[in-house]
Design a protein around this ligand. Structure first.
Ligand SMILES: Cc1ncc(COP(=O)(O)O)c(C=O)c1O
Length: 379
């Protein structure tokens, strides 16, 4: 279980606060200015340079949440992912990337990254050996996603980091599904921690954002590219995201509890073929998840039996909303084959273990009895 140097909820509420000496407000003000005096400053300030007062405050908070020295807040999770890869890799470099990951990341690597002269290999699994067998002399980066979207596979951080260090490769994780509440990959030596802040950090399905946390030298490298690619977040949204993060620990703890109850219950329903949730003993990576995480998150994926078509089931739900994205306080569900993984061809989906009957259920903070009743009437 990860240890935290300072209580997570305290960091969520206070880290990166902007002191307001003029009016003594306890809430940070918003600085909307896009222009700042440059006299006596070594670096000019500009929103696209990720260094307005509000951006600096939130950069500090996201770094602290993942126990890192430095952080950057982006306009989306994909901006954080693409900028990190293009910031840390150059033409001629090679990366090894997990096969079962968020569809947008898969698509960027499979269909775009070679335009930049960057080589890649997808793994055939998520164990350290699966990454090791794809290493080449020019491998500079290993990219993992844990828990993975949507099958919630767990990658062994310690084993992958050990293997990567032997080859002088960096390890980058998409830690969105875990959130800083449930796992701290930096404690295992993972170099760069990325989140789609659209998910648990925002938590209310109303903000699109992404974050990166890492060491200062790696952050400088990513920021160098970021300033050119221009994926920074507006100060109003930075402020809103900062406010949302204040309750992240409480929200995610409730979602952890509700999701475990729902996963356990779903496993007992005759209409359900299989449930994927790392908190269940039946999950193949349960022991690893238990050792590496302090909660298992709000997402439960499950496969319906063929005689209960997934599309009809989703259409019948009343309380649980049919929607893309996840991690909001409201419960939502989607069919990955039709949404997050629609850009993969059927063979790629099959290889990633994503069937047409698979449902990704994001458990919110509503009463679990109400959620069960909704599912029963939808069956
Ligand atoms: C695991 C994961 N990573 C990254 C992303 C991309 O984030 P965004 O939509 O904020 O660009 C998503 C989006 O669903 C995701 O689920």
């Amino acid at each position: 279980m990860p240890h935290k140097s300072k209580d997570l909820n305290t960091k969520c509420v206070h880290e990166g606060d902007l002191p307001n000496d003029q009016h003594s407000s306890i809430v940070s003000p918003i600085y909307f200015s896009t222009a700042f005096d440059y006299q006596d400053k070594s670096l000019s300030q500009y929103p696209r340079y990720f260094n307005t007062p509000n951006q600096i405050g939130l950069n500090k908070k996201v770094a602290a949440l993942d126990n890192c020295d430095a952080g950057l807040v982006f306009a989306s999770g994909m901006a954080a992912i693409t900028t990190t890869l293009l910031g840390l890799l150059s033409s001629g470099d090679h990366m090894v990337i997990q096969n079962s990951i968020y569809g947008g990341t898969f698509n960027f690597v499979a269909n775009h990254i070679s335009d930049f002269g960057i080589e890649y290999d997808f793994t055939h699994g998520h164990n350290a050996d699966d990454f090791a067998e794809k290493i080449k002399p020019n491998t500079k980066l290993i990219y993992i996603e844990s828990p993975s979207n949507p099958l919630l596979e767990i990658v062994d951080f310690e084993a992958v980091v050990k293997m990567a260090q032997k080859h002088n490769a960096l390890v980058v994780i998409d830690s969105t599904m875990g959130s800083p509440v449930n796992q701290l990959p930096a404690q295992y030596g993972v170099d760069v921690i990325i989140h789609s802040a659209t998910k648990y950090m925002s938590g209310h399905s109303d903000i699109l954002a992404g974050t990166v946390a890492c060491s200062q030298p790696l952050c400088d490298k990513i920021a160098h590219r970021a300033k050119m690619l221009g994926g920074s977040l507006s100060d109003l949204t930075v402020w809103l995201l900062d406010r949302s993060i204040k309750t992240m620990g409480l929200r995610v703890s409730a979602q952890n509890t509700h999701a475990l109850i729902m996963a356990t219950w779903l496993e007992q329903q005759p209409q359900v073929l299989r449930v994927f949730y790392p908190g269940l003993k039946s999950h193949p990576d349960h022991d690893l998840a238990h050792a590496q995480m302090c909660g298992f998150g709000g997402v439960v994926s499950f496969e319906l039996r063929d005689d209960f078509p997934a599309v009809a089931f989703l259409n019948n739900l009343k309380l649980i909303k049919r929607a893309t994205s996840f991690a909001g306080v409201e419960s939502t569900a989607l069919i990955p084959a039709l949404t997050s993984h629609a850009l993969l061809n059927p063979e790629q989906r099959l290889a990633a273990g994503i069937s047409d009957q698979l449902i990704r259920f994001s458990v919110g903070i509503e009463s679990v009895e109400d959620l069960k009743n909704d599912i029963v009437q939808a069956f």
